[in-house]
Every structure is written in structure tokens, then in C-alpha cells.
Unconditional design. Structure first.
Length: 208
């Protein structure tokens, strides 16, 4: 069972439907016992960074997520959920994040022909190798965001060119972040979620 972490911010149901489509049973929950019993975790999210972090902290989910990651449990952050994996964000001033991947969220630059928020389909360029990015080179995925992950190349697995090279997939160990919406990216998004399913199954088989 996968737990989609429920903190009242956004696209939990569409993520759950996408997971079901790739054969991953899931539950939307903020219950600590269910989160601890899960084989893997998904942190979705749309909206503002400060409010999202506040919601996690009020429920003490920030501490619980860190506990479970420390045990080796796979975690996938989607869109705002990916940004929350970082050390913080400059949205409405600095807000501290979960600190699971080094980096800060910065606003996308406002330049001619590159409106903010960035909404639409962009092509992926793979920059490193892990299980999630297999088969994704040159594929198009769907973005909706105004901030991007400013982090070191060692954490960046794929980028998409906009007004700058946007980190589209980032990771550190068994923690993964996706800036685009796999649940809105058709077969390509489903293939990526299948890869996360494989990561979860592999970790479970090895007893982590």
C-alpha cells in the first residue's frame, strides 16, 4: 500500500487515480500509523509553499516524513510536493522546507515569450540515470508552476528548457521529486509512476 500524504493541498484524487492505473493501490491519509505501515509515500501539492509547510507542521507530518525517509522508505514529491523536499523556498519570503534534498526554490524569471506561471508541455532532457528516468529522453510532460528548484547538478536527473533549464526530476537516494504533473502527462506520466512502483517493490523486497 502506498500512502498519499493528506495535508489539504491539492491534487490527491487525480494522483490516486493515476497510481491505480499503474497497479499501485493507495490511500489518502494523514494517519501516522498508516504512513508508517506504507511501503512508499507520495507527497502531492498545488498552491503556496508557506501554507503547505505550515499544514505539514501543524499535523507533525514534516517530522514523520523525515522519520520514514531515514528508515529507507521511498518518497515521491509531485509539483509543490517536489519543492517541499528542498531546504526552502523564496515564495513570499524565505520558508523552510523538509531539507531532504539540498536546494532552494526560486521564482521563474519573467522574460519576453516566457510567461509566469509556466503552463504547458515541455520536452525532457535526461541528465543522469536512475530508475525513474529510463525511457523519458525527449518525451513531453505537462508543467504548471511559478518556482523552480535551484539545486546542484548531482541532484538533477532531467531538465526542461523554458526561460532557463528547469529541473524537472530531482533525487537523492530513495527520495524523488517531479516538477511536472505525471497524472496529467498521459502515457509518459504513467510510465514514470510505474518506475516508482518498481522502486517501492524493490525496496520492500530487500527489507528496507
Amino acid at each position: 500500500m502506498i500512502v498519499i500524504i493528506d495535508y489539504d493541498t491539492g491534487n490527491t484524487k487525480s494522483v490516486q487515480r493515476a497510481l491505480l492505473a499503474v497497479g499501485l493501490s493507495s490511500k489518502v491519509s494523514a494517519d501516522p500509523d498508516e504512513i508508517r505501515a506504507a511501503k512508499g509515500l507520495v507527497l502531492p501539492g498545488v498552491g503556496a509553499y508557506p501554507q503547505a509547510m505550515q499544514a505539514l507542521k501543524e499535523r507533525k507530518l514534516d517530522l514523520l516524513i523525515k522519520e520514514e525517509v531515514k528508515k529507507g522508505k521511498p518518497l515521491l514529491g509531485i509539483c509543490l510536493g517536489m519543492q517541499l523536499l528542498l531546504e526552502g523556498s523564496m515564495e513570499y519570503g524565505f520558508s523552510e522546507g523538509l531539507g531532504l534534498i539540498e536546494g532552494i526554490c526560486e521564482p521563474l524569471p519573467k522574460e519576453n515569450n516566457f510567461p509566469v506561471p509556466h503552463v504547458g508541455w515541455n520536452q525532457l532532457t535526461i541528465t543522469s540515470s536512475n530508475k525513474l528516468v529510463v525511457g523519458l529522453q525527449d518525451q513531453f510532460v505537462y508543467f504548471v508552476h511559478s518556482y523552480y528548484a535551484d539545486c546542484e547538478p548531482e541532484y538533477i536527473d532531467a531538465v526542461a528548457q523554458y526561460s532557463l533549464k528547469i529541473p524537472a526530476i530531482i533525487s537523492s537516494g530513495h527520495v524523488f521529486g517531479i516538477q511536472f504533473h505525471p497524472e496529467k502527462s498521459g502515457e509518459v506520466g504513467l510510465e514514470l509512476l510505474k518506475k516508482f512502483k518498481e522502486v517501492v517493490e524493490d525496496e520492500h523486497l530487500t527489507g528496507n
